[in-house]
Design a protein around this ligand. Sequence first.
Ligand SMILES: [Cu+2]
Length: 119
Amino acid sequence: MKKILLLAALLIGSVSAASAANHRVTVSNFVFTPSTVNAAIGDTITWVFVNGMHTTTSTNIPAGARPWNAPIDVSHTRFRIRVRVAGTYSYQCNFHFAQGMVGTIVVSGESPRQVPATN
Ligand SMILES: [Cu+2]
C-alpha cells in the first residue's frame, strides 16, 4: 500500500511539474488586464468578465495558430484558449479597440529557434 501511495505521489508530482500554466486576463470596461501576457507553448489563457460588453478577437497571430472570436459579457463570462504555436498574438475587443482595448500574448517556444523574430 505504501508503495502505491508513493507511486501515486510521484505521478501527481510529475504531472503537475509538466502541466501548463493558466494565465488569467480580466475584461473590464475598455481594458484587458494584464494587457500583455507572457506564456509558453501549451499554456492556457482565460479571459474573465468583470463588467461591460466586450469581445476577445484575434487580429494578428502566428502562422498555424488558431484565430478566435468570442463575446465576453454578462452571459459569456469566460473564454479559454490553449496556445500551441510560439510567437506574438494580437487581439482586441471589437467594440472598443478604438479606445485602446487591445491585448498581446507573447508565446515562447521550447527552444529559442522556435521563437520567430519580433519586429
Ligand atoms: Cu470592449
